[in-house]
Design a protein around this ligand. Structure first.
Ligand SMILES: [Zn+2]
Length: 455
């Protein structure tokens, strides 16, 4: 009987606590949906600064934007953390295609980030199409030598969670030039990492294997890639590739922007929430990842505006150089290790400013279960998926170095790879309610893990 009474008391207590949590959840939601400033902040970043590749003058301007907005949000302290970053510069570029005896026609293409160009000269060569690496391996060296290889690997539309399709296809962007050059190829064309039913080419990072010749790589939008596929099936195709892109040898001093609220009970335990401030040099870096930066600042603003002082210290971090080097994430991890900081949890928001659907978690099953016990609290906000293992690129260094549990905001993924790394990733593509709802869920999640001392 005594046991039953204790059980009953425990159940009542936990239900009362859930009811209190749901009231706070509502307050956080009302504050952000009615008074949130993240959308307006994002407008200023996109329209006032624009795209901001690491090392560029625009990236330096974005650092100033971040510092100013962290202060306005009411952070107890705001500081910059140095990170030395590479600077990749695009310059002029063009890709022309000729089918059979026809005329050369310009197609819309983008060089891939970190790639070396043609030195501004025109590289004219035959195009050889393969569907995947197996087909490439089967080609004799004579079919590759001196030619431009078109890796026509298709971004799979059958994956419903589009990050899965990205994970499946992205190796063709990342590693194809060295694979092709090892067999004597002169250049590489890829099909963009794109779900889009359009012709926007998508840039993104690639890398070269040391000791193998660095050949240029360009990406085509889906419509151009479909045409090139048809031309290649019909007969001989030639291409003229010209590009000036290159990476500067000397790193450039840049910064992460950090704003902090000191914890009320555990000031030495830190929960990080962040996105990345740099973007590619096309579009406005609105979804990727101006949205995540604006949301991270919003978390600080919402706690301050509501007068909620979380038990743990909350740090919003705008990381530099996620796209082509991860130097900001590394600098953050190195500093945390050098200062012997206690990082309880790191959360990333870098999957677009779309309506939130879940939180990814990489941590012990015990911690995941503790969080999942509260997952029904998120249902009224459209968030139901706590099944994925997703953290984020910027927080991967601290995860590895200090064994920090990580989490990532998971928005609806259907449209992210339409705009990701394109000229179409602009402010107008972001919906103000969806952006604010993402910030709401991040704030609620942080409140929950802090209030219940889960870490
Ligand atoms: Zn990103």
């Amino acid at each position: 009987m005594k046991f039953r009474l204790i059980t009953l008391a425990a159940v009542l207590c936990s239900q009362m606590s859930l009811a209190q949590d749901s009231v706070i959840f509502r307050k956080i939601s009302d504050e952000i949906m009615l008074h949130g400033t993240c959308y307006e902040n994002l407008r200023v970043l996109c329209k006032g600064v624009g795209n901001r590749i690491s090392g560029s003058p625009a990236a330096a301007k974005a650092v100033e934007w971040g510092k100013k907005n962290m202060k306005t949000a009411g952070a107890d302290s705001v500081w910059l953390q140095a990170a030395d970053v590479p600077y990749w510069h695009r310059g002029s570029e063009s890709l022309l295609i000729k089918a059979g005896n026809g005329q050369y026609k310009k197609v819309s293409a983008l060089s891939l980030g970190n790639s070396e160009g043609t030195g501004g000269k025109v590289l004219e060569a035959k195009v050889v199409m393969v569907a995947n690496y197996d087909e490439f391996k089967a080609l004799p060296e004579s079919a590759v030598k001196g030619n431009i290889i078109f890796f026509n690997y298709k971004f799979r539309q059958d994956f419903i969670f589009t990050f899965q399709a990205y994970g499946d296809a992205v190796k063709y962007r990342w590693g194809s030039p060295s694979i092709a050059a090892a067999k004597g190829a002169a250049g590489v064309i890829i099909r963009s990492m794109s779900t889009g039913a359009d012709d926007f080419p998508h840039t993104g990072s690639m890398h070269y294997t040391d000791s193998i010749k660095k050949i240029p790589e360009m990406a085509l939008g889906n419509i151009s890639a479909d045409s090139l596929e048809q031309y290649c099936k019909r007969g001989t195709v030639k291409a003229k590739m010209q590009s000036e892109c290159h990476i500067t040898d000397k790193p450039i001093r840049s910064y992460n922007v950090i704003g902090e609220i000191k914890g009320s009970k555990y000031p030495d335990k830190i929960i990080t929430v962040g996105g990345h401030l740099d973007s590619w040099d096309v579009g406005e870096g609105a979804h990727d990842d101006g949205a995540g930066c604006a949301q991270s600042i919003e978390v600080i603003r919402a706690f301050k505006a509501l007068g909620i002082r979380p038990k743990y210290t909350i740090r919003a971090v705008l990381f530099m150089n996620e796209e082509n080097g991860l130097k900001g994430g590394q600098a953050y991890a190195d500093s945390a290790a050098a200062k012997n900081e206690h990082h309880a949890l790191a959360i990333e928001t870098d999957a677009g400013g779309f309506a939130p659907r879940g939180m990814g978690m990489e941590m012990s099953e015990e911690k995941k279960d503790k969080i999942r016990a509260f997952q029904n609290l998120f249902l009224p906000y459209g968030v139901y998926d706590f099944s994925n293992d997703e953290g984020g690129a910027d927080i991967s260094a601290i995860q590895k170095k200090l064994n920090v549990p990580v989490a990532g905001l998971l928005p609806d993924s259907q449209r992210y790879f339409d705009v990701h790394h394109t000229n179409n990733d602009v402010f107008e593509q972001v919906n103000h309610r969806e952006l604010k709802l993402g910030a709401t869920v991040l704030t609620q999640f942080i409140y929950l893990v802090s209030e219940h001392e889960i870490f």
